[in-house]
Design a protein around this ligand. Sequence first.
Ligand SMILES: CC(C)(COP(=O)(O)OP(=O)(O)OC[C@H]1O[C@@H](n2cnc3c(N)ncnc32)[C@H](O)[C@@H]1OP(=O)(O)O)[C@@H](O)C(=O)NCCC(=O)NCCS
Length: 170
Amino acid sequence: MSDTSPFNLRPARLTDAERIFTLIRQHPDELVPKPMGDIVAIIDRFVVAEVEGEIVGCATYSILPEIGTAERATVELQSVAVGAAHRRLGIGRALVERLLERIAAFEPAEALVLTFAPGFFAKLGFSEIPKSKVMHKLYSGCLHCTKHADPFTCPEIAMAKKLKGERVSG
Ligand SMILES: CC(C)(COP(=O)(O)OP(=O)(O)OC[C@H]1O[C@@H](n2cnc3c(N)ncnc32)[C@H](O)[C@@H]1OP(=O)(O)O)[C@@H](O)C(=O)NCCC(=O)NCCS
């Protein structure tokens, strides 16, 4: 990041957990809340964006296991949030691109996201996919959802971005 950039990305620190917790909680309609304990436990998977030393954005990921078909392993992007006062400055894009760089080291087949902001993820190369094609990968998250009883009537849109080769979800 250059000295003139309006924001700075960095790996999250344990001392950032409370700010990340608050940022996620500020978006109850778009993001699944994360307990503090979970945030602390996976702090090494968060990237944060700072403006003038204050955290204004965060993003993390979760590996979705698919036993027996390791070559099709998928990573779900989660908790992608930018504070309302700092949107449309490229921070969300930078957070997602940083996570995609980070997870590339694991060579997953694709990245998935469940989102209410499909236009944003489309700009980053994600395409809408039927939830039914990835439900076997997402079901453990859906099992613990407290917002919607049925993942197929849940209004979140599933989107995927291929990260290597020609493999597809399903
Ligand atoms: C979605 C969100 C992360 C976008 O963050 P942001 O910092 O404003 O996004 P950026 O400025 O990096 O935008 C990147 C591109 O996406 C576009 N974009 C941003 N938000 C968009 C939206 N809601 N719908 C359509 N396009 C959008 C931008 O115009 C930009 O396009 P460009 O590259 O052609 O200029 C932010 O609005 C947010 O935190 N929303 C609430 C939480 C949420 O919905 N998170 C996603 C679910 S995981």
